[in-house]
Design a protein around this ligand. Structure first.
Ligand SMILES: Nc1ncnc2c1ncn2[C@@H]1O[C@H](COP(=O)(O)OP(=O)(O)OP(=O)(O)O)[C@@H](O)[C@H]1O
Length: 234
């Protein structure tokens, strides 16, 4: 369970980008984040990952308090951004092994090769990262995140560059990931994707959560989104 209380974030003092965000995310859910450009999605996710530290408020992940136990908190979450920043001199294998050491986790080779097979990555896992295409770099972060199996996986537009087969396999693995009791927070501009993958969606607008929607067959997120963000949509 993730609890966020009174979260405010800024880049310049007294100019709040996130304005008092309060949200609880239950375990076992894929939680989507929707918002127009500049709404504050990346800033929000960067607060949760620890990349952005100009914030106040409280963030809990299960029993870990982000402020009081940042190392414990960080070991329980993994972040996949739109353009992963990896150590380009390493191979994918070495990078994944390195990150497992940081998280103090055992690297399960059987699972690693299962994911390599699933994402057609067998031919690239031992190549230097700097020689790989964007989509293949993305696959390293995705495979690493799935293997680490942290209670919280944070995704910021992670599908840029992935081929359609890999995207489809990734959706299936996201669903398996939360079935194990973990949570995923997933930011995307692709409403159809949010609709088919997420259990709940928060609409972030001008730094505030304007609405939280539970997705079911009848939900028309697009209509709700346009209404909440006061854009025209026919
Ligand atoms: N490094 C920065 N310095 C100053 N302002 C910033 C910085 N990064 C983002 N901002 C501002 O914070 C606001 C929220 O930006 P953010 O990147 O979080 O939005 P977003 O919802 O992720 O947008 P997008 O959909 O375009 O990725 C914007 O007004 C942006 O200009």
């Amino acid at each position: 369970m993730i609890q966020i209380k009174n979260l405010k974030a800024w880049y310049k003092k007294n100019e709040f980008i996130l304005k008092d965000i309060n949200i609880n995310i239950d375990s076992g859910l894929i939680f989507g984040l929707l918002g127009v450009n500049g709404a504050g999605k990346t800033t929000f996710l960067n607060c949760l990952t620890g990349i952005h530290n100009k914030f106040e408020g409280e963030i809990y992940l299960n029993n870990d308090n982000f402020i009081k136990n940042p190392i414990g908190f960080k070991r329980n979450r993994y972040f996949i951004p739109d353009y992963p920043i990896l150590f380009e001199e390493m191979s994918g294998f070495n990078y994944i092994e390195f990150v497992h050491n940081l998280y103090k986790k055992y690297l399960n080779l059987e699972k690693l090769y299962y994911y390599c097979e699933l994402f057609s990555f067998n031919n690239y896992i031992n190549k230097k990262i700097q020689t790989l295409s964007l989509g293949n770099k993305q696959k390293i972060a995705i495979i690493c995140g799935l293997l680490l199996d942290t209670p919280l996986l944070i995704l910021d537009e992670p599908l840029v560059g992935l081929d359609i087969v890999s995207i489809d396999n990734f959706y299936k693995e996201m669903k398996n990931y939360v079935k194990r009791g973990n949570s995923i927070i997933f930011s995307s501009h692709l409403i159809e994707v949010i609709n088919s993958v997420c259990d709940k969606v928060a609409i972030l607008d001008e730094g505030r959560i304007k609405k939280i929607i539970t997705i079911n067959e009848d939900t028309n997120i697009k209509t709700v989104f346009f209404k909440v963000t006061k854009n025209e949509y026919e």
